[in-house]
Design a protein around this ligand. Structure first.
Ligand SMILES: *Cc1c(COP(=O)(O)O)cnc(C)c1O
Length: 349
């Protein structure tokens, strides 16, 4: 995590770096993130209760809430614990206007005013942005207002529906010279689009060693922060015509040896991974066979003659990029990381 953060900073061109730790640090655990990202300029996340936990765990640098405060209690917690937060709609501005007077002592809360520059998820439209800014500026006791937006296609800048360049232009035009620091880039922009770096970048998946785009993570010198391991707990010898697993989806065409691995969707392994999804057994690449079940999956041991009960299995991580497994399963590395289940034993190395 430390190494990947250094890569993010190397690309950031002097911009400050938020390490994004939402979703329990993309499944890696807040306490681990706090150590791994000690050099970050701040930690950004969605969950107000986790943000408070970061303070309790001893994080003194900036913390920001990427979707802002969901209710008045969050706002009070944000003020009490010195949390920065996004403001993306009129209701959140109204919440600030209605809040009891902010403590007169510094630091005044920093707010990240979000523009919808084309993604059409959160934020004020460009033609409403300046009015929102003025309204916010009128709330007594507010500190810096950072100008923020989020990119829909930093991983696919030529997307004809919303090219990256158009979104950046839309953001600049919507600001029309408003003063303030800017925050635009996610991992994909940090790694590939210097024109989007601005004053703060918000790096997420890359910090955990996942790629945010079609380029393999290793090409950016990113390293997997998480390796999901298990073992072979059973072996079966099949003859031609034998079927394996629920639904009997895989049928052996010839005699073969298969291994039963103690890992399933209750561990966060994707149930929709089809036959052939890559797995390492004894360091040798092979593939899954048939359906993934709750606690087990089945692998092809053809050509891995030394594989036996107890042989080590890597589902993703060291030697097997999570993005390859994700792609085989029709999803992205982000989802696999975040879905890691609580029952998986964690061993810090
Ligand atoms: C999650 C998130 C990020 C980080 O995105 P990655 O693609 O993981 O780098 C950045 N900004 C916002 C607003 C986010 O919600």
């Amino acid at each position: 995590m430390q190494h990947n953060l250094a890569i993010a900073r190397r690309h950031a061109g002097g911009a400050k770096v938020w390490a994004v730790v939402k979703g329990d640090a993309y499944g890696h655990g807040l306490a681990r993130a706090l150590k791994g990202f000690a050099d970050a300029d701040g930690l950004a996340l969605i969950e107000p209760d986790y943000a408070v936990r970061l303070r309790t765990l001893g994080w003194r640098k900036p913390i920001m809430l990427l979707e802002g405060c969901f209710d008045a209690a969050d706002l009070q917690a944000a003020l009490r614990h010195d949390l920065q937060f996004a403001v993306h709609n009129d209701e959140q501005i109204a919440m600030l206007e209605a809040a009891p007077p902010f403590p007169a002592m510094p630091p005044l809360p920093t707010i990240h005013l979000k523009m919808n520059s084309g993604m059409n998820r959160l934020g004020f439209r460009p033609d409403a942005f300046r009015a929102a800014h003025a309204r916010l500026r009128n709330v007594a006791g507010i500190g810096e207002i950072v100008l923020m937006t989020h990119l829909a296609n930093a991983d696919d800048p030529g997307n004809p529906r919303l090219p990256l360049a158009r979104q950046l232009r839309c953001f600049e035009e919507g600001l029309r010279g408003l003063p303030g620091r800017r925050s635009i880039a996610n991992s994909a922009a940090d790694l590939q689009h210097p024109e989007a770096l601005a004053d703060w970048v918000r790096a997420g998946v890359m910090l955990y060693g996942g790629t945010p785009c079609a380029t393999p993570a290793a090409d950016f010198e990113l390293r997997p922060a998480m390796t999901l391991r298990s073992e072979i707990i059973g072996i079966q010898k099949l003859t031609a015509g034998d079927a394996v697993g629920y639904g009997s989806h895989f049928v052996a065409q010839q005699p073969m040896r298969i291994g039963i691995v103690a890992c399933g969707y209750a561990d966060g392994y994707p149930r929709l991974a089809p036959t052939g999804t890559p797995v390492l057994v004894n360091g040798v690449r092979t593939g899954t066979l048939g359906r993934i079940s709750m606690d087990m999956l089945i692998v092809d041991l053809s050509g891995i003659d030394d594989a036996a009960v107890g042989s080590p299995v890597i589902l993703w991580g060291d030697g097997l990029p999570i993005d390859e497994v994700a792609q085989a399963a029709g999803t992205i590395g982000y989802e696999l990381m975040c879905a890691l289940a609580p029952r998986v034993r964690i061993e810090d190395v």
